[in-house]
Design a protein around this ligand. Sequence first.
Ligand SMILES: [Zn+2]
Ligand SMILES: [Zn+2]
Length: 445
Amino acid sequence: MNAAPLHKSPEVESFVSHTLKSTKPLPPVTWANAASELNWLNVAILTVVPAISVAGIWCTTLRWETALFSVVYYYITGLGVTAGYHRLWAHRSYNASTFLQYFLAVAGAGAVQGSIKWWSRGHRAHHRYTDTELDPYNAGEGFWWSHVGWMLIKPRRKPGVADVSDLSKNAVVRWQHRYYLLLLLGMTFAIPTAVPWLGWGDARGGCVYGGFVRLLVVHHSTFCVNSLAHWLGDAPFDDKHSPRDHLVTALCTIGEGYHNFHHQFPMDYRNAFKWYQYDPTKWFIWVFPDNEVRKGQLTMELKRMHEAQEKLVWPQDSNDLPVVSWASYVEQSAEWPLILVAGFIHDVASFVDEHPGGARYIVKYIGKDATTAFFGGVYAHSNAAHNLLAMKRVGVLHGGIPRAVDDRVVPPSQRLRVVRYAELGSAYSSSTACSDQDDKEGMLE
Ligand SMILES: [Zn+2]
Ligand SMILES: [Zn+2]
């Protein structure tokens, strides 16, 4: 075997090279040792299923009800692997209710890919040691190796260490591991035979199309995540490793095709993060919105709102405005048109003549507290008027802003302003600073 190129973090890299040097792989599989080195159970499953499928299609009429059922059943069992085995258990990318966990564990058993625990163990090693010999389905060994080859022979090396202690403690994972064979037989053959039989009298079609053919398709579509997704497409996030993004792979794998993104962000419950990308597994997870998933969705909404907010011009922060005493305000407004509203001093020089309610209502309040008049005493101003007023702030009255955030202090457009860390402790929460005795006494300019 050739050593695959390593591009992992230094710890992982040194762990990989140390392990490769200090442990010997099993000898290569040849005709001479094939009998003892093949994984006969997997060989049987991966050859008998396609053989029976082909023979079955050849001599069994396909009824439309059975065809429809088989497609639906393909999605159910496939989602057991993509939404369940992969995104829920291997990556813990979202939280699922107990009901959903049992549903996914049972559905996944119908995909015949081993128990959740075994599958996740290998998959975590695949992410940690991608493209190295400690990756159980190392894409560096070629397309067919990563697609099925790795399952047909006994592993030449133990996969790299990966912690699955969380799964060992999970009641649903343990339950599935314990009854795996029973669940497998029930979900793979009994149910897809029984439903068409009892529903429309097509037991044979159910067994062939819902059972074998559907399993064949589920197998190779999920295997494509290890082969096609590491081979076809481009690498928009990181090209150091083999994972690739491609729509074709997504179509083949119920949405697991944005694999370059996935290897960069395995903890993200999405594979396709853009709305127009095909990811039915993500849509399925959306149908069962969990508190944490909702947080993810809200985060994206806040991000969009923040972007919208960044494009606007906002009033000056009260921290950046001079603090002025009442006496100084009265004195300065004798020379320049200043009006006090809700603790803020506003320069209305450019606005007096534009005031829709007439100049005289403004002039009347120069050098006075117009808070009550502005908020309805004389005229209940619109949201737009309040937003515009805030743009004319030039100072803060000493002790004039109430400590608690008040709707009169925050203009309507800023009520739900998306706060960033830098903004916490400033902006409208800074009123406490204004009551500080040592605060600067400023002159308005
Ligand atoms: Zn991968
Ligand atoms: Zn993964």
